[in-house]
Design a protein around this ligand. Structure first.
Ligand code: FAD
Length: 437
């Protein structure tokens, strides 16, 4: 008996419920990934990372006697075609929440029924499955704290070992992985489960430092596991289990991820439409200001540092994401959807649920009604980059300015300021805020 496991953004062999269950139940298993033109080119950084994940997954499956079968085109049509070629009777995949993924699963289900194939969707993208926890009288949690309490108390499945053997039917053409595409960010990390597991191994012993260091921009004390979680190179359940204490601040961040997944499952239009009903959206549309923000030349050093880190690494520190997003929506008063699109292009970890959920939170259109009112980037800079090291690292034009003075170059003495090749701040959308004077 033969079954197909359709890999999407669950690119690993460890704790992969769809793969482990299928390998246990079927004699032959065809691991398949379909390079989907509908998803290509949205982000060169993520396309490059994806290719590295696929190469690594192929290596792990080969070590187990199998392979990764690669096809190009519509994942539904290609899965059905392959099922016919290998005589499969079932298809397994990991359930996903985005609008696109759910439409793909619905179409696949309909086609599987037509071709008398059994389709089964498995968990694996989150620690706790979206929809598994519901507040009294509601379909999903809209507020984080009660969700976190329920999440900590919830029963969890047990993490699964990687299958020892994956038996591929004889004679299946496996397909070539195209040449590795170039990303856009020169300093982006490499993709793949092997690199992700290595990083996790290095991270767990220093977990104790997280509560003190996670908000220090220059200290860079967060896990940087997000791209590996985004592509499923790591199982979030395994990461949470291995971190231990469910109340640990790092584990709490994994719960934020689950939180936005269950929001997206209930509100799939999260990337387009304000989540909070009745909120007034009154944005400006100013291409020059948007370009300056995107390219890291707003003239506010802490904002420019964050945007330049994003472009260089395809990743940005969470505190810098809050500051840059706050600046776009609160000072420049530009539409959060424009910022979401820029993050979506560059971020290796960019995904609908976390990107849109966080942008809506910062913009004040999300579940929280009081975020960052009267947001002040200079106060943030002085608190989270007290000596300006993060700014000097990413804005070399300001490298000669010592200490926290780097946060307000407009206050430097004229002769010094004139030597710096750095722009004055963009004019704010409303009255000049006190920090800009
Ligand atoms: P750590 O601090 O080590 O946290 C561990 C893990 O918890 C992360 O890898 C991530 O999976 C999860 N996590 C942490 N913070 C959050 C959060 N606020 N919301 C949801 N999950 C979280 N994260 C993404 O994964 N993808 C995105 O597209 C994304 N867009 C964002 C946009 C904005 C405007 C903001 C403010 C935040 C966004 N985040 C996003 C959340 C957060 O900034 C990143 O997850 C985090 O910086 C990743 O770095 P890390 O792995 O070192 O995090």
């Amino acid at each position: 008996r033969t079954a197909i496991v359709l890999f999407t953004r669950d690119l690993r062999v460890h704790d992969h419920p769809a793969l482990a269950t299928t390998c246990a139940a079927f004699d032959r298993v065809v691991p398949l990934h379909v390079l989907d033109p509908a998803l290509a080119d949205r982000s060169p950084n993520r396309t490059r990372f994806l290719h590295e994940c696929l190469a690594d997954l192929r290596g792990s499956l080969r070590e187990r006697g199998g392979d990764l079968v690669l096809r190009h085109g519509d994942p539904v049509a290609e899965t059905i075609r392959l099922a016919g070629q290998v005589g499969a009777e079932a298809v397994a995949l990991s359930a996903d929440v985005s609008r696109y993924a759910r439409r793909r699963e619905r179409r696949l289900r309909a086609e599987c029924e037509r071709h008398r194939l059994h389709l089964r969707a498995f968990p694996g993208l989150t620690v706790v499955e979206p929809g598994a926890l519901r507040p009294g009288g509601g379909d999903h949690y809209r507020v984080f704290s009660p969700y976190f309490r329920a999440w900590q108390a919830a029963d969890r499945r047990t993490a699964l070992a990687a299958p020892e053997r994956v038996e591929l039917p004889a004679g299946v053409p496996v397909g070539r992985l195209p040449a590795r595409p170039a990303g856009e960010s020169p300093d982006a990390v490499a993709g793949g489960e092997s690199v992700g597991r290595e990083r996790l191994r290095g991270w767990l012993p220093v977990l104790d430092r997280y509560p003190d260091l996670h908000d220090d921009l220059a200290g860079d004390g967060t896990s940087r596991l997000s791209p590996y979680l985004r592509f499923g190179c790591l199982s979030p359940l395994e990461v949470a289990d291995r971190a231990g204490d469910r109340a640990h601040p790092f584990v709490r961040q994994l719960c934020w991820r689950d939180f936005y997944y269950q929001v997206t499952a209930a509100f799939p239009q999260l990337a387009r439409t304000a989540y909070r009903a009745g909120v007034t959206e009154d944005w400006r549309y100013d291409t020059e200001a948007l370009d300056a923000w995107t390219e890291g030349r707003t003239g506010v050093p802490i904002v420019d540092a964050g945007m330049r880190q994003l472009r260089a690494e395809g990743w940005m520190h969470n505190r810098a994401r809050l500051i840059t997003a706050g600046h776009l929506t609160k000072q420049l008063r530009l539409d959060w959807r424009a910022g979401l699109a820029v993050f979506g292009r560059w971020l290796l970890d960019g995904d609908v649920a976390n990107n849109a959920g966080n942008w809506q939170w910062v913009a004040g259109t999300g579940h929280d009604t009081r975020p960052y009112r009267g947001f002040n980037p200079i106060r943030q800079a002085e608190r989270y980059d007290p000596d300006g090291r993060y700014v000097r690292r990413w804005v070399p034009e300001l490298a000669a300015v010592g200490g926290p003075a780097v946060h307000r170059p407009w206050r430097l003495p004229d002769p010094l300021r004139r030597t710096l090749d750095y722009p004055p701040p963009l004019p704010p959308a409303g009255p000049t805020p006190p920090w800009l004077r």
